[in-house]
Design a protein around this ligand. Structure first.
Ligand code: PMP
Length: 313
């Protein structure tokens, strides 16, 4: 028990970069009256770094695309980037190296409304970069999850734009997630205001039907997911045709395979939705092949996609 408590407290004491200081996570504080603490006024990115070559190298996956999206989230919410992308990258690398991690890493990079403020505050802004150890999905232990179609509707562009990765957006996902769990499901799938499929609370969705990989369009009230874009790029090399189009909930029930995707989720198979078995109700072969290829891409084993990797140095 003591060992477990120590492991938990060590995990919580990773070093983080905040306001140009390196501090243990437990000492990185924000003002209780900040827009961030009161209203979830922040924009953020979740970025993964994968170790390659026998743990000798670590690559951040699509770091520049994450920073471009962070800049777009800032633009939408009325924040001026508090620091250049070049400095962000340099601090991102330093804080990861400083932690001496021995495995893959997940990094939270957040720009937030700092100091006492309101929902309309635009300054002062600060940022933090917080890495934690996080292993990639173990393909040999890949399990299917159960999902339900949520009665909570996904936020939409004229309400709270899901295209921007804003902290407060996640409260919509929270309602859906809580209802899914209390209904006995692992995950919710949210419909948008048109009544078609949008995404999960922290991941996008794909279905496969007769060798066609289908996902909702970027105007379907989704975050423009970097993993979604990655999959759309390489899936044709596995013989899958790809299509972005509106999806009805019953199309999901009748799909051969369904999976969620995201930086954290990577590729998460869904094997039942609202008690309907998807395909044969087990992890499908296309889903596991897509995940295998994803894991090759993120460590630079496929030369066509090496431009997506940034060495952590
Ligand atoms: N949708 C939502 C709501 C998310 O939070 C995430 C995770 N960032 C995704 C989709 C997947 O996006 P990405 O592939 O860029 O991580």
């Amino acid at each position: 028990m003591e060992l477990l408590q120590k492991m938990v407290s060590d995990m919580q004491n990773n070093l983080i970069w905040i306001r140009d200081e390196i501090l243990p996570e437990s000492e990185a504080k924000v003002n209780a009256l900040s827009g961030m603490a009161q209203f979830g006024l922040n924009v953020f990115e979740g970025i993964r770094c994968y170790q390659a070559d026998d743990h000798k190298i670590s690559y951040a996956f699509r770091l520049h695309d994450h920073l471009d999206r962070l800049e777009e989230s800032c633009k939408l919410i009325g924040f001026k980037m508090p620091v250049s992308k070049r400095i962000l990258i340099s601090n991102f690398n330093s804080i990861i190296l400083k932690n001496n991690f021995t495995s893959d890493v997940a990094v939270r990079l957040t720009i937030f409304s700092d100091g006492s403020g309101s929902w309309h505050s635009t300054s002062p802004l600060s940022y933090f970069i917080a890495p934690v150890q996080k292993e990639r999905t173990n393909i040999s232990k890949l399990i299917g999850r159960s999902a339900c179609i949520s009665s909570w509707v996904r936020i939409s562009d004229n309400v709270l734009p899901p295209r921007a990765k804003i902290g407060a957006n996640y409260i919509n996902g929270r309602f859906a997630h809580m209802a899914a769990i209390s209904g006995g499901y692992d995950l919710p799938i949210l419909l948008n205001h048109h009544g078609t499929v949008s995404e999960g609370p922290g991941s996008c969705i794909f279905m496969i039907k007769k060798n066609k990989l289908i996902t909702p369009e970027t105007s379907a009230s989704i975050l423009e997911s970097i993993t979604r874009d990655t999959i759309l790029n390489y899936a044709p090399s596995l013989g899958l045709e790809v299509e972005e189009k509106p999806i009805d909930r019953t199309e999901l029930y009748l799909a051969d395979e369904v999976f969620m995707c995201g930086t954290a989720a990577e590729i998460t198979p869904i094997t039942s939705i609202d008690q309907y078995k998807i395909g044969r109700g087990v992890v499908g072969s296309s889903t596991s092949n897509l995940l295998k290829m994803y894991h090759k891409i993120v460590i630079g084993e496929i030369s066509n996609y090496r431009h997506w990797l940034s060495k952590v140095e």
